[in-house]
Design a protein around this ligand. Structure first.
Ligand code: SF4
Length: 65
């Protein structure tokens, strides 16, 4: 589910795609989605909060409030 960037750093597959979509995300954006590896999600996902600018940008991208 990851792409190795450096010996110590990986990125979730799909997060660099256009449009970005993490391979671990299931469901339909704007309706119902869930992280299929939530308990094992990587540290950047644990550090995000729902008010993070990247989250706001993603909502705008998909036309969500
Ligand atoms: S929380 Fe992280 S691992 Fe889970 S779907 Fe979102 S980006 Fe992917």
């Amino acid at each position: 589910m990851t792409v190795r960037l450096t010996p110590n750093l990986v990125r979730m597959c799909g997060t660099d795609a256009q449009p970005p979509r993490c391979v671990a995300l299931a469901g339909e954006i704007g309706r119902a989605v869930q992280c299929t590896i939530y308990a094992e999600r990587p540290s950047p996902c644990r550090e995000f909060d729902t008010e993070h600018e990247a989250c706001q940008r993603a909502r705008r991208y998909f036309g969500l409030p």
